[in-house]
Design a protein around this ligand. Structure first.
Ligand code: CMC
Length: 429
């Protein structure tokens, strides 16, 4: 196959290189298109545009494949744990036993937040959405760790990465504790990452909190499945913010803000809201009627994906865990879960969804599991942010180290008024 694309636009011609990756479609390198022809390309939503070169995560949406550094997500979900996956995403290889132990120790050394950070929480209303609290407090970290903000120094980047990964669960749990009026629970360094998070979320000083191994495993799995997902909206936001040289704490805060939207990480929360709105299984048909009505903006939340057009491999793993968790917690008869299963069944057989290749995505099941585990709906996207922080940081580091990296500066197709002269106010109208 030719490794150039011959482009003719207007009376201009250029030969553009065609680049190949390890897997996935080849890409036409259009970097010299404007210089050679005076034309831009137009691709709102990046439907057909690769924004960067990356070695971290690979997705084949048609085949339902998701690989972290080459390893299938199903294998990592079955055999690995989140600490190992974090190391893998950050460093490119699975750790040896010694590397894993050292990494775990390093992270635990950074789990506490600066005590003055705790005062930020008091500035928020009790009923503030925890994602709003996360955007604010994670952004505020950049005002605390001036000693690790030189993004051109690999050592600074490493320390900032460890700080972010270690402190994110602490801040997330604090956001929750503040909202329910309970005292903050300090991290415990003898616990694993997921266990420590559950302990900071659900323990109170007056009672012994026993961490269920099934729930800790489910939490760990949810973290693994959400850890990275290629160049999605929030990751692209982190990269774009970082491309200007902004510090990593500010960049991750930007990623959290983007993740909050219901078309992205906010979907797991939106699934639960939707189930409440539907109310009961006999209303599913009417609801799907609204979803299919072109004049109505209703979407079936937790269904569909920009990239997965067959099945979401994360959803397959999550579906299994969902049933295990519900069995362990004895909530098989949760009416909302029954409704979710009914909705899943009907939608999977419905021509509208089949024709458009709309399948349940990871958020459909994670919302249900998290509800069963006792997380309030408003915390769902926060958990996604805790997990995705590792991916964001790996991608941010990769971008800084990429010699081809430039400040992200898209162009536009201008359709506003052509140049015109200013009209004094007395002569207008
Ligand atoms: N319910 C009903 N119709 C849908 C849905 C849905 N959830 N998703 C897509 N469609 C329809 C859409 O209206 C369009 O129909 P038509 O061809 O008749 O105009 C067709 O399917 C193609 O959709 P699209 O808008 O081109 O798809 P997209 O790639 O732009 O959108 C999406 C992807 C995830 C934003 C969308 O499927 C959606 O809004 N889903 C619900 C929200 C959700 O669950 N998001 C979580 C995504 S997974 C977690 C993550 O990675 O953040």
């Amino acid at each position: 196959m030719s490794n150039t694309a011959n482009v003719v636009v207007g009376n201009k011609k250029t030969d553009l290189p065609v680049l190949s990756g390890t897997a996935g479609p080849q890409v036409v390198d259009i970097r010299k298109l404007y210089n050679d022809t005076g034309y831009f390309t137009f691709d709102p939503g990046f439907i057909a545009t690769a924004s960067c070169e990356s070695k971290i995560t690979y997705i084949d949406g048609d085949e339902g494949v998701l690989l972290y550094r080459g390893y299938p997500i199903e294998q990592l979900a079955e055999h690995s744990d989140f600490t190992e996956v974090q190391y893998l995403l950050l460093h490119g290889e699975l750790p040896t036993a010694k590397q894993k132990q050292e990494f775990e120790r390093t992270i635990t050394l950074h789990t506490m937040v600066h005590d003055q950070l705790t005062r930020f929480f008091n500035g928020f209303r009790r009923d503030a959405h925890p994602m709003g609290v996360m955007v604010g407090t994670v952004g505020a970290l950049s005002a605390f760790y001036h000693d690790s903000l030189d993004i051109n120094d690999p050592q600074h980047r490493l320390i900032s990465s460890h700080r972010l990964i270690a402190k994110i669960p602490t801040i997330a749990a604090m956001a929750y504790k503040y909202s329910v009026g309970q005292p903050f629970v300090y991290p415990k360094n003898n616990l694993k990452y997921a266990e420590n998070f559950l302990n900071m979320m659900f323990s109170v000083p007056c009672e012994e909190y026993k961490i269920s191994p099934t729930l800790a495993k489910a939490m760990d799995l949810i973290f693994i499945l959400h850890a990275d997902h290629e160049q999605n909206a929030s990751t692209s936001t982190v990269r774009l913010a970082g491309s200007s040289g902004a510090n990593p704490f500010a960049c991750i805060a930007a990623g959290i803000a983007c993740l909050w939207g219901p078309s992205h990480g906010g979907a797991n929360e939106a699934v639960l809201k939707m189930l409440h709105e539907i109310g009961s299984a006999d209303k599913v048909k009417d609801f799907l009627g609204k979803v299919k009505d072109k004049g109505d903006n209703t979407k079936l939340m937790g269904f569909g994906h920009r990239v997965y057009k067959n099945f979401d491999p994360r959803a397959t793993v999550m579906r299994e865990t969902c049933h295990k968790v519900l069995a362990e917690l004895g909530v098989k008869n949760d009416p909302l879960l029954k409704l979710a299963m009914e909705l899943e069944k009907i939608a999977l057989e419905d021509k509208y969804f089949v024709d458009r290749k709309l399948y349940p995505n990871v958020d459909f099941y994670s919302g249900i599991i998290l509800r069963a585990m006792g997380f309030p709906t408003a915390m769902f996207t926060v958990l996604f942010a805790v997990a995705r922080t590792t991916g964001w940081i790996a991608q941010w580091n990769e971008m800084i180290e990429d010699p081809a990296q430039k400040i992200g500066r898209p162009r536009q197709l201008y359709t506003g008024a052509a140049q015109r002269d200013y009209v004094p106010i007395a002569k207008r109208g």
